[in-house]
Design a protein. Structure first.
Length: 220
């Protein structure tokens, strides 16, 4: 156990960066190196689906894109209490660390939850201090990106709780869609519906699960 902890503790953003065929320029005054890092979110697949043979499933950025659209469609009873623009930013940022960490799922026991959190925090620190610190202007600074990521992780604000719920809704949508498209039983993921906290988002989840049950009945 000690050797495994030591091995996990050896991980840094640079251990991943050193393996890339095209090095990312650091401490630049241009955001272009950061833009190149984001490309990895487009090409890194969500691991949960790959265990079911869906090797060409959605990427991390696919997931975050639909989440961002969902945040903008919060019903009035909820949107009146939320900073929706902030929620949309959070949806686009919350998995950004996976550009270097990768998509580590709960069933992956090779990396502990604490180690996953450490790696993600280290990646966001790297983005803030090395890729974006010298970039002037813009509507979103490296520091703000880092703060929004941490707000999501802490899950104490209403905005963070909403985006966590949206994350689960997007998963449920994708589960139903992959079941319809590929004829697979992905019920392993359905439990996330019970972990949604806000009533308005629960209604969305209930509608999705009802649709799933109707789909199942119609194919019998």
């Amino acid at each position: 156990m000690g050797s495994e902890t030591q091995q996990q503790g050896d991980w840094t953003p640079r251990t991943v960066l050193s393996t890339l065929p095209h090095p990312i320029e650091e401490n630049s005054s241009s955001p272009v190196p950061f833009f190149h890092l984001l490309e990895r979110l487009k090409t890194t697949k969500r691991e949960g689906w790959r265990r079911f043979g869906l090797d060409h499933a959605e990427s991390i950025s696919d997931h975050m894109y639909r989440m961002s659209i969902i945040t903008m469609l919060a019903p009035p009873s909820l949107s009146s209490k939320l900073n929706i623009a902030h929620c949309t930013k959070m949806a686009l940022i919350h998995d950004m660390a996976e550009s270097l960490v990768g998509d580590i799922t709960p069933v992956d026991t090779s990396v502990s939850k604490a180690e996953k959190a450490r790696r993600e925090a280290a990646t966001m620190d790297y983005i803030e201090s090395t890729l974006l610190r010298g970039v002037p202007g813009g509507a979103l600074s490296g520091g703000e990106i880092r703060r929004i990521f941490q707000e999501y992780e802490d899950n104490e604000t209403l905005e963070a709780q909403f985006v966590h719920d949206v994350d689960k809704v997007e998963l449920l949508l994708q589960m139903v869609e992959y079941e319809r498209e590929h004829g697979k039983d992905l019920s392993e993921f359905s439990h996330v519906a019970s972990r949604i906290t806000l009533p308005e988002v629960k209604e969305w989840a209930e509608a999705i699960m009802k649709e799933r049950r109707n789909n199942s009945t119609s194919t019998v």
